[in-house]
Write a protein that binds this ligand. Structure first.
Ligand code: TXA
Ligand code: MG
Length: 342
C-alpha cells in the first residue's frame, strides 16, 4: 500500500481526502497536541482491527476514542461518572483521557472486551477538524510500531508505518510530546494510570486525591492484574539498552561521565552537554525546563536508533508535575533499569 502524505497547509483538499479514507474504513496518521495518533472509525470493528495490524499491537491493549464535541459524550459512555463534568470543564479539549463505562456502540475491538472505554477530546485544530469531517469518533493509539517510542512528527510516522497505512496528515511537531494523562473514573477513587500533559497536581486541584497506580514505577509481568493493559508491555524502547541515573543533576552527570564508554549515547540536560562532547549526545533541554524535556524526549530516543549507539545513559527530572510523566517514560524505555544516587 502507498501511504499518502497529506499536508493541509499546502493542499486545501487534504483533510477532505483524509476524512474520506477514514469513512471508507482506512487507517490514517493524525497529529494531536500530545503525539501523533493512528486513527480509524471507532464504530467500525473491521477498521479498528487494521490499527492493530499496522502497529503490531497486542490484541489485549485497548484504544482511546477521540471525539470533537462535548455534546457527543452521552453517546459514548453508558453513564457519566460524577467527577467527569468538572474535569471536562477544566481540561477538555486537551491532553486528558478519562476511563469510563462504555456505551454499547463501542465495539469490543476498541475496548478489548473491557466494560470501559478511554475518551479524549483533543485540542489540536487539525485533529478536531478531521474528526468533524469524518463525522465519526476516531479510535487512535500512538502512531508508532508497537514497543517503539511514540511519534511526534509526520516523518516519524512515515518512518515506522509507511506502506502499512493509507495516509498521514501533516500537523507539525506535537506541542507536548508525551501522550495524554490517563485517569480511571470507574473505581472507588480516581486512579492515575498514565501520567501525561495534565499533571496529578492539576487533577487534584479539581477533584481532590488521585491515587497513583503502582505500574507507574515498576515493571509488570504477564501474570499480574493491571488496570491499563498497555502498562505491562515494554514501551518507548530504543534499540540499545538504556540506563536511567536518578538524583541531583551534578551527581548523575558525574556518574554517567565515569561509566560511559566509546560508542555509547548520552541523554542529558542542556547544562551538561559539553561534558559529553566525546559521545553521541542529545540534550533534553534545560534541567528546570520540563516542558522542553517532554517535547524532545521521543525525538531524542529515536535519534539514538538512527545513530546505532551501543548503550544509552540518561539523566531524568524528579517525579513531580510534568516531571512524573517524563520520569515514567524514561523509566519504561529503560525497563525500569535505574540507578539512584543520593
Ligand atoms: O495522547 C494520547 O493519549 C495518544 C494520542 C494519539 O491521543 N494516544 C495514545 O494511545 O497514547 P495509546 O494506545 O498509545 O495508549 C493508550 C493507553 C494504553 O496504556 C491503554 O492500555 C490505556 O491507555 N487504555 C485505553 N483504554 C483503556 C481502558 N478502557 N482501560 C484502561 N486503560 C485503557
Ligand atoms: Mg502508545
Amino acid at each position: 500500500m502507498d501511504t499518502l502524505y497529506l499536508n493541509p497547509a499546502t493542499d486545501e483538499g487534504a483533510l477532505d481526502r483524509a476524512a474520506r479514507l477514514l469513512r471508507k474504513g482506512e487507517v490514517v496518521g493524525m497529529p494531536t497536541e500530545t503525539v501523533y495518533g493512528l486513527a480509524a472509525n471507532a464504530l467500525d470493528a473491521a477498521a479498528v482491527k487494521k490499527i492493530f495490524d499496522a502497529k503490531g499491537r497486542p490484541q489485549d491493549n485497548p484504544l482511546i476514542v477521540h471525539f470533537a464535541q462535548i455534546e457527543q459524550l452521552p453517546t459514548l459512555c453508558a453513564h457519566i461518572p460524577p467527577m467527569l463534568p468538572a474535569l471536562a470543564r477544566a481540561f477538555w479539549p486537551g491532553p486528558l483521557t478519562l476511563i469510563v463505562p462504555k456505551a454499547a456502540c463501542i465495539p469490543s475491538e476498541v475496548s478489548c472486551s473491557l466494560p470501559t472505554v478511554g475518551l479524549r477530546l483533543p485540542s489540536h485544530p487539525i485533529a478536531r477538524a478531521l474528526i468533524e469531517k469524518a463525522g465519526v469518533p476516531l479510535a487512535a493509539p500512538s502512531a508508532n510500531r508497537s514497543g517503539k517510542p511514540s511519534t511526534t512528527t509526520a516523518q516519524h510516522v512515515l518512518h515506522d508505518l509507511a506502506g502499512r497505512i493509507a495516509a498521514v496528515v501533516e500537523g507539525g511537531e506535537s506541542e507536548i510530546g508525551l501522550e495524554s494523562t490517563v485517569l480511571s473514573l470507574v473505581g472507588d477513587q480516581p486512579r492515575l494510570l498514565r501520567p501525561g500533559g495534565i499533571t496529578r497536581e492539576q487533577l487534584q486541584s479539581v477533584i481532590g486525591p488521585v491515587i497513583l497506580d503502582r505500574a507507574l514505577f515498576e515493571s509488570i509481568d504477564d501474570t499480574m492484574q493491571v488496570s491499563a493493559p498497555g502498562m505491562k508491555y515494554r514501551h518507548y524502547a530504543p534499540d540499545a539498552p538504556l540506563t536511567v541515573v536518578q538524583g541531583p543533576p551534578h551527581a548523575t552527570a558525574a556518574y554517567i561521565a565515569a561509566h560511559v564508554r566509546t560508542g555509547d549515547g548520552v541523554l542529558c540536560f542542556e547544562e551538561y552537554r559539553t561534558r559529553f562532547a566525546h559521545c553521541t549526545v542529545h540534550s533534553l533541554g534545560g534541567q528546570e525546563d520540563v516542558a522542553a524535556q517532554a517535547h524532545r524526549l521521543f525525538d531524542c530516543l529515536r535519534a539514538f536508533d538512527a545513530e546505532g549507539v551501543s548503550a544509552i545513559w540518561a539523566q531524568c527530572p524528579c517525579a513531580q508535575g510534568l516531571g512524573l510523566a517524563i520520569f515514567n517514560r524514561i523509566g519504561k524505555a529503560a525497563g525500569f533499569r535505574t540507578i539512584v544516587l543520593e
